[in-house]
Design a protein around this ligand. Sequence first.
Ligand code: TMP
Length: 204
Amino acid sequence: MFITLEGIDGSGKSTQAELLTENIRSARGEEGVIWTKEPGGWPGGDSLRKVLLEGSLHHPLTEVFLFLADRCEHVEQVILPALAAGKIVVCERYSDSTVAYQWGGRGIERGKIEGLLSWASFPSPDITFWIDLPAEKAYDRMVSRGSPRDRLESEGLSFLSRVRQGFCTLAEENPDRIVPVDGDGRADLIASEIYRKVEEYFFP
Ligand code: TMP
């Protein structure tokens, strides 16, 4: 069972990934679930994460190729083995982020990005929670926590708005997979809403 969480920076996605993992652990035991993230969620992946978030990258395609290279190792070393062992995988960010950020945010041709994603044959998530928050609110949250902290967060509000629009488009096009969740509320209530959907979906 492969669950992904998506959203713009500052949407509260990391908190929700952590709470969802805890909820699944409480219900199904410590060994039944793993929580992982992109970029960098594989052994040795920290160095690639550092280049992606802090490196001085000039060519727009470098970012696309590095996110995809990161995903190749993440899928091969972490996601597929965990799924094969029957675990639930909770993954923070995945291919929807590549479309929303590199197409929506950066303006790289969508067909090219999707061509690369389909060539890579990454496993598709069973369900994706898109934690949605207006870009202005997410941006204010980032600023109040002392950000921008990295290269992509430094892109500013209009970039974040375009990325959010990218996620909106993806959610509209994939209503069977992507569940939009209102991220503007108490974290524990949002977590309960997400966990209820997971239970309905996986343990009907
Ligand atoms: P985060 O770990 O704080 O979410 O930071 C990861 C950043 O990388 C975030 O700004 C989103 C960005 N990103 C992309 O632009 N494309 C991708 O494919 C992925 C996985 C992340």
